[in-house]
Ligand binder design. Structure first.
Ligand SMILES: C[S@@+](CC[C@H](N)C(=O)[O-])C[C@H]1O[C@@H](n2cnc3c(N)ncnc32)[C@H](O)[C@@H]1O
Length: 233
């Protein structure tokens, strides 16, 4: 069955995503650098600059993976918790530095309401089976006035750009999948999930529809990637 069919339902996507990230965790840092030509670090710095945490700010980094954004927030003086559904990702994160990491699902956050000043996520929102449920959870754990900053791929609105971008990700992803996992399908999830995801403007509209205010998005690489920034009302 094709990846797009396997992630077509919320339950199918949940199962697929869980298995995928457990499989690729040990190669995650390498693949991220390879697919982004090393630019990913710069984008994450931009996200953290937008969040601009005050010293001691309570920050939650969702889908933290191997912890890049959590570490960058901590380096700026924030008090950070990183959360991820994949235990192996957090083992790798903890091996780099001792921050607070918890295993959890961003659609059912294990924190009381209004616990955080900042919620960040890198390539997190695109992976959840229900974006609305995840956004509502983020809203719940943020204090009024708290901010959400999210970096992710965007689905370009121009058909030619979109086709070229998805072809690049499919070809390079298939090559990396074969080399690293002997399975060319491994990274086909990326283009499939981009096609399934809303474009940047629609994500901003959804944030505002669910109670965020001043939702903006900042295009990166001519709009191939996006950083969303919004505030809890
Ligand atoms: C592409 S990685 C991003 C890692 C890191 N944020 C970064 O920017 O490098 C996506 C992460 O989302 C996690 N993830 C997927 N679904 C999740 C969910 N429902 N709740 C929490 N984490 C989830 C995966 O385990 C994986 O570590």
């Amino acid at each position: 069955m094709r990846v797009a069919e396997r992630i077509a339902t919320p339950e199918g996507k949940r199962r697929y995503v869980r298995a995928l990230f457990a499989t690729i965790a040990d190669r995650y840092d390498f693949t991220t650098i390879a697919l982004s030509f090393g630019l990913d670090r710069r984008w994450k710095t931009r996200l953290v600059n937008l969040a601009s945490p005050a010293a001691g700010a309570r920050a939650l980094d969702l889908a933290t993976g191997t912890g890049d954004i959590a570490f960058a927030l901590a380096a700026r003086g924030a008090d950070v918790v990183g959360l991820d559904i994949t235990h192996r990702m957090l083992v790798l994160a903890r091996a780099k530095r001792r921050e607070k990491f918890v295993v959890g699902d961003m659609m059912a956050l294990p924190f009381p309401p209004r616990s955080f000043d900042i919620v960040t996520t890198g390539y997190g929102l695109r992976n959840v089976p229900s974006l609305t449920i995840a956004v509502d959870e983020i809203q719940r754990v943020l204090r009024p006035g708290g901010q959400l900053v999210s970096l992710d791929f965007n689905r370009p609105s121009n058909a030619v750009v979109r086709a070229a971008f998805l072809a690049y990700l499919t070809l390079v992803g298939a090559a990396l999948g074969w080399i690293l996992h002997r399975d060319p399908d491994t990274y086909r999830y990326i283009p499939a999930s981009i096609l399934q995801y809303s474009d940047a403007a629609a994500v901003a509209r959804l944030l505002e529809a669910r109670g965020f205010v001043r939702a903006t998005y900042h295009p990166i690489l001519g709009g191939l990637m996006t950083i969303h920034h919004a505030f809890r009302s």
